[in-house]
Design a protein around this ligand. Structure first.
Ligand SMILES: NC(=O)c1ccc[n+]([C@@H]2O[C@H](COP(=O)([O-])OP(=O)(O)OC[C@H]3O[C@@H](n4cnc5c(N)ncnc54)[C@H](OP(=O)(O)O)[C@@H]3O)[C@@H](O)[C@H]2O)c1
Length: 279
């Protein structure tokens, strides 16, 4: 089984660079999908309250027979819980649903800059959660540099990660560079743009040259950029394929070709305007 490299977060906690994402996996398929990923060798699972499958992720991890300390699990605070008291309660609920006594990483899912609750209040609640010792690291998702600057100015704990949309059609290099400058690890969500980049002729050509699949080439590009990735698949053969990234390399020219595909194209919402709160 391939060894997945780890990256040290700014508090020393090590995160496996490759994980398994469970967005859009229906709850009744999540135990099986997570079990498959753990069997293949993944030791990092990315879920969220919003995905509605934390219970099933927790069940699969608890039933796997793998020591809890060997599996890095991330969850996220949903958009309806940005007030301090709601955030603390939501974390308790996440822990109850996962059935864990600690979480590895908890993220604010979206900054929601247009709603009436300030994300700085939310981040102060995350600091309390971190101080409680029940979560090894806290971070944010979909934060732009101007959101992060406010946290730096008004709060104490620096986010350990910033999980943002990134793939060949959305390099998101400005946010990545800001994260790197401030010792925040970037995690790239929708790393294969939900499949949209896999037919790109430049990616297909590199895959043919290397005798790899387009998904492997794109995921390897992320790994060599230094980001954390967690592709989602309910298809065992793809789960295996997406794990086989550590026995080949892209050369500088291949890396530059893929980076050059950037066209600022999002698959998801823009963090500066997204304000969805579930009713
Ligand atoms: N923080 C956020 O706001 C945010 C937003 C979105 C996603 N995320 C996280 O990022 C994770 C990954 O993103 P994502 O799920 O949106 O998209 P993704 O991983 O980029 O793509 C998943 C899609 O690609 C297909 N696929 C997977 N591997 C493949 C392969 N080797 N060849 C061909 N097709 C393949 C899957 O199909 P099948 O499943 O049918 O095989 C699925 O339709 C999520 O699961 C979640 O953990 C976070």
């Amino acid at each position: 089984m391939a060894t997945v490299p780890t990256i040290a977060l700014n508090n020393g906690v090590e995160i496996p660079q490759l994980g398994f994402g469970v967005f859009q996996i229906p709850p009744d398929q999540t135990v099986e999908a997570t079990r498959t990923a753990l069997e293949v060798g993944y030791r990092h699972i990315d879920t969220a309250e919003m995905y509605g499958n934390e219970k099933e992720v927790g069940q699969a991890v608890r039933e796997s027979g793998i020591d809890r300390s060997e599996v890095f699990v991330t969850s996220k605070l949903n958009n309806g819980f940005h007030r301090r008291d709601d955030a603390l309660r939501a974390f308790d609920q996440t822990m109850a649903d996962l059935g864990f006594d600690y979480l590895d990483l908890f993220l604010v899912h979206w900054p929601l800059p247009t709603i009436d609750v300030d994300y700085v209040e939310t981040w102060k609640a995350m600091e309390e959660i971190y101080a409680s010792g029940r979560c090894r690291a806290v971070g944010v998702s979909n934060f732009n540099p101007h959101h992060l600057r406010r946290l730096f100015a008004e709060t104490e704990v620096r986010p350990a990660v910033n999980q943002i949309e990134a793939h060949p059609y959305l390099a998101n290099d400005e946010v990545r560079a800001f994260d790197a400058e401030h010792e925040i690890v970037t995690e790239a969500w929708s790393p294969i743009a939900q499949g949209k980049v896999l037919d790109d002729p430049a990616i297909v050509a590199i895959a043919e040259t290397l005798g790899r699949t387009p998904a492997q080439v794109v995921l390897r590009w992320h790994v060599q950029r230094g980001d954390v990735v967690f592709p989602k698949s309910v298809t065992r053969q793809r789960v295996e394929e997406n794990f086989a990234l550590f026995d080949f390399e892209l050369d500088q020219g291949q890396m530059a070709t893929i980076t050059g595909l950037d066209r600022g194209e999002r698959t998801g919402p823009d963090p500066d305007t997204f304000d969805y709160v579930p009713s």
